[in-house]
Design a protein around this ligand. Structure first.
Ligand code: NAD
Length: 247
């Protein structure tokens, strides 16, 4: 139980990769607060945590709401204690070719996928610095490394996460706080469900492992990087992409 007595906050945990991360951190002993945008989503999280006998709960949060971030951090602190592990997982796509991309499509992605990472990380830093311990894990994407047609907004946000994480890792390393990225390739979740089977086949041709990834395969890497055993890894990106992109 590598994460016993540690409180973890996982954004966007009602489904997909976030759900798998919340469950894996919980299995390893963490108390888990998973966030969802709706009350129904928060209840789903509370239910699956209860069913798997993981301590914690679901809470609502729109990661674009600065006041909401402040109040959830206070609520987690009051109910469970200081956050030792923050997983910035919430993310969206709004694809369009750049020639047609609207300002809102750019701004929405930068706000949800990048600015939220800044705000939440800033929000947990003081208690982590006081505790002289912390793990911040930011879910980026292979698209942040290699780009993708129709995803200039998403690629910019996900690449921004790399630079953000490296800078913060330098700022807080001396306090025993690590900041790392996990960059999934194409994973079977709602985000990729809209791909046609032809699109999936085209993608898989570029994946040496020969298939899409599973949320659990991302979660196990997050759990490792969240553990005390990973204390000498910071500013790094762990690629979980079946070999689609090799650094
Ligand atoms: P998903 O669509 O299944 O889940 C995204 C989660 O983010 C949902 O729980 C959603 O409610 C939450 N979310 C969206 N907007 C939010 C907001 N404003 N405030 C709070 N929560 C919000 O997608 P997923 O595939 O599980 O993606 C999880 C993360 O992994 C994302 O950051 C995504 O960019 C990244 N990722 C996914 C893939 C993939 O192939 N699925 C690949 C690389 C990276």
């Amino acid at each position: 139980m590598a994460l016993q007595n540690q409180v973890a906050l996982v954004t966007g945990a009602s489904r997909g990769i976030g759900r798998a991360i919340a469950l894996e951190l919980g299995r390893q002993g963490a108390t888990v607060v998973g966030t969802a945008t709706t009350q129904e989503g928060a209840e789903t999280i509370s239910r699956y945590l209860k069913e798997t006998e993981i301590k914690g709960s679901g809470m609502t949060l729109n990661v674009n709401d600065a006041a909401g971030i402040e109040s959830i951090l206070k609520a987690v602190h009051d109910e469970f204690g200081d956050i030792a592990i923050l997983v910035n997982n919430a993310g969206i796509t709004r694809d369009n070719f750049l020639i047609r991309m609207k300002d809102e499509e750019w701004d929405d992605i930068l706000e949800t996928d990048l600015k939220s990472v800044f705000r939440l990380s800033r929000g947990v830093l003081r208690p982590m610095m006081k505790a002289r311990y912390g793990r911040i894990i930011n879910i980026s994407s292979v698209v942040g490394s290699i780009g993708n047609m129709g995803q200039a907004n998403y690629a910019a946000a996900k690449a921004g996460i790399f630079g953000f994480s490296k800078s913060l890792a330098r700022e807080v390393g001396s306090r025993n706080i690590t900041v790392n990225c996990v960059a999934p390739g194409f994973i079977e979740t709602d985000m990729t469900r809209s791909l046609t089977s032809q699109q999936q086949q085209n993608l898989i041709q570029h994946v040496p492992v020969g298939r899409l990834g599973r949320p659990e395969e991302v979660a196990s890497v997050v759990a490792f990087i969240a553990s005390p055993a990973a204390g000498y890894i910071t500013g790094a990106t762990l690629h979980v992409n079946g070999g689609m992109h090799m650094d």
